[in-house]
Design a protein around this ligand. Structure first.
Ligand code: ATP
Length: 581
């Protein structure tokens, strides 16, 4: 059930309460209906006729009607709770059920800010509905009561009062869409500021680590400026609304005062009737019109905009969620990628399939496209043509937060921030306990280093200053090992380790399960891998080490250059077009 449907269903289901509310409203409207008529009698039959006691008697009747009206108001407020409170319960149930049933828990815990925002929206809807029931309903009964009262005092005056009121209300209603648009702009700007400021606050450590203070400052500043502009636009629209309502509510008074002397001369309009009509106009109609304008442009607009926003917030997973991969395989189909329209493709008609348990080393000269391939496999680079599927679905269609739990990509440059060793190691596994983190550190060969740093509570400086490049890489590897990711791409992430340390790290990652892709800077990595992808700019060739020595002249040359061993490749043999699966 959508939020809007739940809203209307909850309101419609309480017809018994509505009937009682209508009866209470009639009592509330009694003073509005009687006011002018009773004042007319007090003047014409009492004070103007020299019968002061009669005049006061009519005014006392008016007072009694006013008291009856307040009883009506009291009863209305009592009925309100029976309609509005179940409404809130229904809305909360609808929204929370939608969120719980359809949202996977986001990385880093529940979206507390989002939940708080939804709760706030529901409160606004409840308050706005209550306000609407009090004001709009009261307004309608007041206007109907006052106009009926005017008709009892002087029928013809309806023709002086009705048209300006109708025109003002009509113009005002025509302005409403623009008002709603601006109100929505204010609500969106409001949320944008909260989201932006919240994200910057939550990411302060990363902002400082990356030296992005100026960018963060400019981002929040831009959001605040946009919010201020939206508020000013809303205020301008509200000012126009006030002008329209002022004309509509004052014009009838002016017309009645202008017409009264002539009607009085004809003997059709007594002094008491004029005073009575003015009581209707100033005591009931004018405040009712102002109330109408205020209600429509604040309460109703707020209600519509908030209901709309609530509908968008439920369920959040539909907007942000994306597709669900069926398994942990990566499939690359007819992929071509070039950086720039006229540039030579880095990859052309490339095909690849990786299944859990696969261990792939990617080799090739510098600048050939190995990191680009890593970006394409992890979904951080979108291919120009072809597709990369994760568990059968396009990798970019997978919710980024979910994707980040499945795939971990580590570049050559290590990211370490000022904080404890624990915080740094748990970056990709926020829920991991100390044992898990220490096991991960030990597995990749960083156990001794962590011990030297003072254990998991030891402090790390920003950027890992004070550690060697190799030590920084060991901590980065421990962080990746501790993560829940089943697909790991290491892009020259072991360049600063010695050969033995690199071999150990690669071995434990291969034994960890899932898919391991190593962008290799030493060809020893290729010898350890189950499969090797050789990139030479023209085509990418996939195979096992021994097989490639025979089939790929380029791979043979790379190996020869690295080991100095004799070239075993049959140079005349042409490799098959494209790459192999
Ligand atoms: N974001 C980018 N925008 C434009 N061109 C890029 C971008 N990233 C890479 N390239 C270009 O694509 C080509 C392949 O670069 P890539 O970094 O993938 O190669 P590589 O094999 O990983 O190199 P290395 O071994 O030196 O890291 C290079 O010519 C590079 O200049």
């Amino acid at each position: 059930m959508t939020v809007t449907a739940g809203y209307w269903r909850s309101l419609a289901g309480r017809w018994r309460d509505w009937s009682v509310l209508l009866a209470c409203s009639a009592l509330e409207a009694l003073p509005a209906f009687l006011s002018g008529g009773l004042v007319q009698r007090a003047v014409d039959e009492g004070f103007a006729a020299g019968r002061v006691a009669v005049g006061f008697a009519w005014l006392a009747t008016f007072a009694a009607a006013a008291v009856a009206g307040t009883v009506g108001v009291r009863l209305v407020w009592q009925r309100l709770g029976t309609i509005v409170e179940p409404l809130r319960d229904t809305l909360v149930r609808t929204v929370v059920q939608g969120v719980l049933h359809e949202t996977a828990p986001p990385r880093g815990g529940p979206d507390a800010a989002g939940v708080a925002r939804i709760t706030q929206h529901v409160e606004i809807v409840r308050d706005a509905t209550a306000g609407l029931l009090v004001q709009a309903r009261g307004l309608v009964v007041m206007v109907v009561g006052a106009l009926a009262g005017v008709a009892t005092v002087s029928g013809p005056l309806i023709w002086l009062i009705g048209p300006p009121v109708v025109v003002a209300v009509g113009v005002f209603l025509c302005l409403l869409p623009a008002l709603a648009h601006r109100q929505r702009g204010v609500a969106l700007a409001d949320e944008h500021t909260a989201t932006t400021a919240g994200a910057v606050l939550a990411g302060t450590r990363d902002v400082v680590a990356c030296g992005a203070q100026n960018i963060a400052d400019a981002t929040v500043r831009a959001a605040i400026t946009a919010q201020a502009n939206a508020t000013v636009r809303m205020s301008n629209a509200a000012a126009l609304r006030t002008a329209v309502v002022a004309v509509g509510s004052f014009l009838p008074i002016v017309l009645v005062l202008a017409a009264a002397p002539g009607m009085n001369t004809d003997g059709r309009l007594s002094a008491g009737a004029v005073v009575g009509v003015l009581v209707y106009l100033t005591g009931t109609l004018q405040p009712a019109l102002h109330g109408f304008a205020a209600t429509m442009s604040t309460v109703v607009l707020r209600l519509l905009v908030t209901l709309n926003r609530l509908g968008e917030a439920q369920p959040p997973v539909r907007r942000n969620g994306g597709a669900e991969p069926s398994d942990g395989t990566i499939t690359v189909r007819t992929l071509t990628h070039r950086w720039g329209g006229h540039a030579e493709p880095v990859l052309r008609d490339f095909e690849l399939q990786l299944r859990p348990g696969d261990h792939l080393a990617v080799v090739g000269p510098s600048g050939i496209g190995k990191s680009t391939l890593a970006g394409l496999l992890t979904g951080t680079v979108t291919p120009c043509q072809g597709e990369v599927l994760l568990g059968g679905v396009p990798i970019n269609a997978v919710d980024p937060a979910h994707r980040a739990r499945i795939i971990t990509f580590t570049p050559q440059e290590t990211y370490l921030f000022a904080g404890s060793v624990r915080e740094n190691l748990a970056l990709l596994a926020p829920d991991a306990d100390d044992t898990h983190l220490l096991t991960a550190a030990g597995a990749v060969g960083a156990g001794g280093l962590v011990e030297r740093l003072g254990g998991l509570s030891g402090a790390l400086a920003h950027g890992g200053i004070g550690l060697s490049s190799g030590e920084r890489q060991l901590l980065a590897l421990a962080r990746v090992y501790a993560s829940p990711a089943r697909i790991i791409v290491l892009d020259e992430a072991t360049t600063h380790l010695d050969g033995a340390a690199e071999a150990r790290a690669e071995r434990v990652f291969a034994e960890r399960g899932g898919i391991l892709v190593i962008i290799a800077h030493r060809l020893a990595s290729a010898r350890r891998a189950r499969q090797v992808l050789v990139m030479d700019g023209r085509q990418a060739l996939l195979g096992e080490h021994d097989d490639l020595l025979v089939r790929s002249p380029h791979y043979g040359e790379l190996m020869q250059a690295w080991t100095g061993m004799p070239k075993t490749v049959a140079a005349k043999r042409e490799p098959a077009p494209g790459s192999l699966l």
